[in-house]
Design a protein around this ligand. Sequence first.
Ligand SMILES: [Fe+2]
Length: 190
Amino acid sequence: MSTAAPLASATPLLGSRCPAGLITRIRQAVAQHGSWPETAEAVGAQLRQHLPGPDILTAQERLGDPSRYQAHLLHVEPDGSFSVLALVWRPGQATTIHDHVAWGAFAVLQGTEHEETFALTPGQAALTPLATNQNNAGDVSAFAPPGDIHRITNRAGATVIQLHVYGTDVGRLGTSVRRVYDVPVLGTPA
Ligand SMILES: [Fe+2]
């Protein structure tokens, strides 16, 4: 995932806010120079074993924002090969339907998130729903474009916090999103 939300960090990122051990293990996974799917899975495996708690964010950040979900940039690898963000969704908040510029892995740190995946129709004029996934605290997913169109929604009654790792410099790009899909979803009421 992703985020289409503007980065909430208003100040420049001066140093990593991630545990050094986790960054070392992500760095080792990326340094294997596998394919995007292989790298995403390798990073996801490290997240499963070394997942931090929601207190990787401050108490204020963990509250979220009533106006929209928040994205906090926690680490950018100096060579730009990966970035780590924490995202906070209050109940009812959602991403756009989007895909990504690079591979990614994400973990739920708190709460339960609802993910829908989609595929473009052959003419690319609409989307077909593919699957829905409900992910709970501790669950880790990995993806690699293409075929990574999705939307994340908080349909629960409590705030959701996720950790996302993307194979790009999100600090420089300002986003991990490649494209937002503002087209009809087949099977949904007009
Ligand atoms: Fe995404």
